[in-house]
Design a protein around this ligand. Sequence first.
Ligand code: NAD
Ligand code: FE2
Length: 378
Amino acid sequence: MQSFKTVSDIRIEAGGTAKLDAHVAGLSRNKKIAIITDKGVRSLGLMDAGVAALRDAGYEVMIFDDVVADPPEDVVIAGAETVKQFGAGLVIGFGGGSPMDTAKVIAFLADNDVTLPQIYGVDVAQGSRLPLVLIPTTSGTGSEVTNVAIITTGEGSKNAVVSDPLYADRVLLDASLTLGLPAHITAATGIDAMVHAIEAYTSVHRKNPISDAMGLSALRKLTRAIGRAVNTPDDVDARNDMLIGAMLAGQAFSNAPVGAVHGLAYPLGGFFHVPHGLSNSLVMVEVMKFNAQEDRAKRWYGEIASDLGVGQTPAALIDEILRLQDETKVQRRLRDVNITSNDIPMMADDAILKDRVLRNNPREMTHADIVKIYETIA
Ligand SMILES: NC(=O)c1ccc[n+]([C@@H]2O[C@H](COP(=O)([O-])OP(=O)(O)OC[C@H]3O[C@@H](n4cnc5c(N)ncnc54)[C@H](O)[C@@H]3O)[C@@H](O)[C@H]2O)c1
Ligand SMILES: [Fe+2]
């Protein structure tokens, strides 16, 4: 049996945040709305027009802006408590993956008598949640259309809540929010989205015709727009394509989960706080070269290359990725992010434990394989 799930209500409107009252219409249980964000996003003023529109429409609005990148448990727990006390009838996650993931879990915890540690894992969180709207301000994680929330549980360790109640009720894709995204964040988060699409297409579990279609159309949009989005930041069409491409890639990998690129990227974030997209970008080419030795991966990479019109082989797809990494000037080596060869054994020890993602990879990876890949990019 194959299956595909996603958010059922996705709206695309550049500038739509200014009409936030219309975009939340019919969802809230009462006239109280909690917005979950971070201080960076809030200080950019991106949500101001939306908050004003909600207040003009008679809503009481509470803003919880304590989210930080790679959200830690205590922030999520505090946010859930604050939202519960406020008596919110609707939760809006506004920002990158960190505020959106936090909002998903808050919406669940605020409506249930369970603790956060009780809901880690796949399909563990069951039951109702507060109505939930997600509005991304980065084009990368696809978190707005996934049923996943990644929470930092300790120094260097993360845990995930993966369950259908985390699918939002509604998503608003407003490209105007991403116009000010700095070039290096645009590049790294955009490459993260490309990795989602590629790894979904080569996922040996739950790959299906719908996730394939989403992954390929995501890559078409992302590969054509990323250079323009990085190098001409106010190109709203390029920004719109990046936002839609990241969302399509999110739909793909929420159904056909990611593999070893993410597995090898996690320790870079966990131990060295390398941003998630950049971590993926650093390891992706060598992981793909490794995977391409396996027959299915070889065929799948060839299909992607052919769909993009760049050739028919894994090498053609890898060349296209290298070209895009050049065009977006993203860092290429571990030493560029202050990771040394001495750190490799520890990273490999951690990566080999990421069975949740390694099991989806088309070619099995040993500890020695992982060390070799890290050494190649040292
Ligand atoms: N739920 C999922 O399916 C999923 C998938 C992949 C990653 N993640 C998680 O998402 C998080 C990463 O998310 P992210 O990469 O979107 O970054 P982020 O949300 O951590 O934000 C990174 C920085 O970018 C800033 N920022 C956000 N929007 C901006 C804008 N428009 N202009 C200028 N600055 C802006 C933020 O203030 C912040 O400082 C990690 O916690 C990761 O584990 C979740
Ligand atoms: Fe990712």
